[in-house]
Ligand binder design. Structure first.
Ligand code: CDP
Length: 798
């Protein structure tokens, strides 16, 4: 299905390249030519540069800061400390989860890498030189490096700054029905359980975070150029924190070199640069280096999970229990919707028809950086999907059942939608069996299983891993979703100019997802203006309507819907103008994809460009001139994309090394606006999923020192390691989205890690190995094989 109003184009006229067209991305023209404008390209007259002094230790009392030597460095203009900010009541700021976070430390440092002071200088080199000369005395305290340690009796209190905080517990939260779940477990014939850890990882965008703050002392105008995924929310938070009038604050984004969730929070650097610009009266630029990005901004995941699945002996799932312990770092800065302390983890029942489920979550402070961002993830859905898909694998092993069959047996059936999950989500649509069928057919599942059996008989190891995921994206309806009380919805403003060319302004923010192309395609599909004639703008709070930004795959479900609705509003007005031009009643007109014609008389036609011209030059007496409008869209429900991924691996028993042979990915994101862009999103996610499964982890030593502060230590998959991907689609439209579309931006990052890990476990499970936590490195596999007595003696001569 596409929308009933999809433009096929009028007969004899050029086809309108709306929904379903794999248009090349408009924005790539400037990216490929090196003509993008990123934060570091912003250069303002009189601009100063800021560098941040960071704590070398994870937990310490600050006893003294001496800035005098740094101030002597030629070119250094100022050194700002926490005490300086405290004088303006700016030493602390709220996080997007309603906690507090230090802007510059005053009393204590609480993680290695925390912001302690800032050096402002005429050039970046002088600022760096100044850093080394800021003398900070630390009185070290014991560091808390795990949530288990954090919640144990006698643990050092991390947030002694918070009145009434007597332990390191951040929150407790639960969902589902505990009694019903206990009853389901009481009926179970088989219970499988899994303890697993989803490691701390980093979105690691190519462009790091930063800003240029420009406060004009004469006018009071504050302009902040920023790498932000959510400029409007940041502006409102800035207004609330600083007391500056919101209409005098302008957040402007440029091109953003990837965000992936890392660029949602408000970072101390933004606030310090703005305060410095305010105090000094000149623009101040701050750009993180790579290590600062990895150590101090927006990590993701870090969830310790225990799951239990109750089944009958013949494989019917009865109930699910999950308990979570999250490592929040020293501040709760997740940017979760206020109501959901553990994000949307409670979608953990996934694609399965489970009558009962219960989730209990706790968060703990540790001496690590805050973050917990939605790294290509709808608020903890990734962790949930991983736990469930690993549990299903464990259940199949326990029951001796084929894992594909076990899934099929328990999938919610197509006719059960809309389906209410045991934890309260109303899934709008789905056809999980269809996606699984395509995946198994395309990968040649039965043949692979035969090959695996033969190889196993010879002692060779290969594995086939499946993950069937359901997501919940498009936050969200305003009743359930808000960030710091700001309700989640999104917006689109569309102006059609007299010559029929248009500008669309959207409240979401592209960071490489291709919005300039796909949102123009949405206008094309609804209003018949070709995508190249629609300029898409975003990210300047003075210019575009209010929106909550781009993360958690919400752009298409929310701002995409707003764009469709505003386009339809303009089309309704265009009908009135066309009636006037054709001298017929508007009711006698039919839309043909790019204009109106009199019903039954295709020749009597007014195209959208003529109508637009008339809107400004010859409007009907009773119609307001002009052709523009704005829509704020509050989605009635989330959208529920889904899919099945199958991964085939070959594993070397001698070394533990595993290599991905095939990845078959079947995604269903409803109606696809631009199939090529959708595929690109999936390729990126499958690559990120592989990185998480195989190599990425931000680790810490026992003192809380971050061991992943460079790309030599924090490993990302390069083109050398990245497998190739085979992508397929099924199309199950969302019944409530105006275009039938669902989000897709995060699907593969959410769904694929379990498929890779399940493949490795599938290769070694018959040797008694049931779990290896991510990242599943070859050394961990080798250790597990050795533990199972399955490592052969070295080959002769080897
Ligand atoms: O919020 P974000 O843009 O990261 O995620 P999204 O809404 O899932 O969109 C990612 C990209 O895929 C955008 O360019 C979308 O317009 C495009 N997309 C599409 O073409 N068709 C869909 N059904 C969903 C997304």
């Amino acid at each position: 299905m596409t929308s009933t109003t999809e433009a096929a184009g009028a007969p004899g006229l050029p086809e309108i390249r709306g929904l379903g067209h794999s248009l090349r991305r408009k924005e790539d023209d400037r990216f490929i030519r090196g003509k993008g404008t990123y934060l570091d390209d912003v250069v303002l007259p009189q601009m100063l540069h800021m560098a941040i002094v960071r704590s070398p230790v994870a937990h310490a009392r600050i006893t003294h800061i001496d800035t005098s030597a740094a101030l002597e460095v030629p070119g250094v203009v100022a050194v700002v400390t926490g005490e300086d900010l405290a004088a303006h009541d700016l030493a602390w700021m709220p996080t997007l989860s309603g906690d507090t976070q230090a802007v510059l430390a005053t009393d204590k440092v609480r993680f290695q890498g925390q912001e302690v002071a800032a050096v402002i200088a005429e050039d970046p080199f002088a600022a760096r030189d100044g850093l080394d000369l800021v003398d900070v005395d630390y009185e070290e305290l014991p560091a808390v490096t795990s949530p288990q340690q954090s919640l144990a009796a006698g643990a050092p209190l991390i947030r002694d700054d918070k009145e009434g905080q007597t332990d390191n517990l951040v929150y407790t939260w639960e969902a589902g029905d505990r009694d019903a779940t206990d009853a389901a477990f009481g009926r179970a014939e088989v219970v499988v359980s899994l303890d697993t850890f989803y490691p701390r990882s980093h979105p690691a965008p190519m462009e790091t975070c930063g800003c240029v703050a420009d406060v004009n002392p004469a006018t009071g105008q504050v302009t902040i150029y920023m790498t932000s995924q959510a400029p409007h929310a940041i502006r409102t938070v800035f207004a609330l924190v600083t007391g500056l009038p919101e209409h005098k604050i302008r957040i402007k984004t440029m091109d953003i070199g990837g965000g992936f969730g890392n660029k949602v929070p408000v970072y101390p650097g933004y606030v310090v640069a703005t305060a410095a610009s305010l105090l000094i009266g000149r623009p101040v630029k701050w750009v993180e280096d790579r290590s600062e990005n990895l150590i101090s901004t927006g990590f993701a995941r870090d969830y310790h999970m225990h799951g239990e699945l109750a089944l009958t002996r013949d494989g019917q799932m009865l109930g699910l229990r999950a308990s979570l312990l999250s490592d929040q770092g020293y501040a709760y800065a997740d940017a979760q919707p206020s109501k959901f302390r553990a994000g949307l983890f409670h979608i953990v029942t996934g694609s399965y028809d489970l009558a009962a489920a219960h989730v209990a979550a706790r968060g703990a402070y540790t001496n690590k950086a805050p973050g917990g961002v939605a790294y290509r993830c709808s608020f903890r859905v990734t962790e949930a999907s991983y736990l469930m898909e690993r549990l299903v694998e464990s259940a199949a092993l326990e029951l001796g059942t084929d894992p594909a069959e076990l899934r099929r047996k328990n999938f919610i059936r197509a006719e059960q939608f809309p389906y209410t999950s045991a934890t309260g989500f109303v899934y709008d649509s789905g056809d999980y069996h269809a996606a699984m069928d395509v995946a198994l057919r395309e990968v040649g599942y039965d043949e692979l299983r035969r090959e695996q059996a033969e190889k196993r008989a010879r002692g060779e190891l290969m594995g086939i891993g499946i993950a069937s995921f359901t997501e919940v994206v498009g936050a969200g309806n305003h009743k359930d979703f808000d960030i710091l009380g700001i309700k989640m919805f999104d917006s689109a403003e569309l102006r059609v100019h007299p010559t029929g060319k248009a500008i669309l302004k959207i409240g979401v923010q592209t960071q490489g997802q291709g919005h300039e192309t796909t949102f123009a395609q949405i206008v094309a599909s609804q209003l018949g203006i070709q995508p190249e004639d629609v300029l898409v703008q975003y990210g300047d709070t003075d210019n575009v309507p209010y929106g909550l930004g781009t993360y958690a795959s919400r752009s298409t479900p929310v701002a995409g819907a707003a764009t469709a609705v505003v386009s339809r509003k303009l089309r309704d007005k265009a009908r009135l103008i066309a009636g006037h031009l054709l001298e017929v009643s508007p009711d006698d007109l039919e839309w043909d994809g790019s204009g109106f014609h009199v019903r039954g008389e295709p020749g009597a036609r007014s195209g959208i460009a003529d109508i637009a011209f008339a809107a400004y030059t010859n409007p009907p007496d009773d119609v307001e001139p002009g052709l523009e409008g704005v829509t704020y869209y509050d989605p009635p429900n989330m959208t529920f994309p889904f899919g099945t991924y199958v991964v085939v691996v070959d594993l070397d028993r001698q070394t533990g090394e595993w290599k991905v042979r095939r990845v078959v990915a079947v995604d269903d994101c409803g109606v696809r606006i631009n199939p090529m862009i959708v595929e690109g999103q999936i390729h990126g996610g499958l690559c990120e999923g592989y990185g998480i499964a195989a190599m990425e982890q931000i680790a810490f030593d026992e003192n809380g020192t971050c061991l992943g502060s460079t790309f030599m230590d924090y490993l990302l998959p390069t083109s050398w390691e990245t497998p190739s991907f085979e992508t397929f689609a099924t199309v199950t439209p969302s019944p409530h989205h105006p275009l039938g579309a669902k989000g897709v931006g995060e699907s593969a990052t959410v769904g694929s890690p379990a498929a890779y890990v399940n493949a490795v476990i599938d290769a070694v499970a018959h040797l008694g190995i049931r779990n290896i936590d991510m990242p599943v490195t070859s050394s961990k596999v080798w250790e597990a094989l050795r533990g199972a007595g399955a490592v052969p003696p070295p080959r002769a001569g080897g």
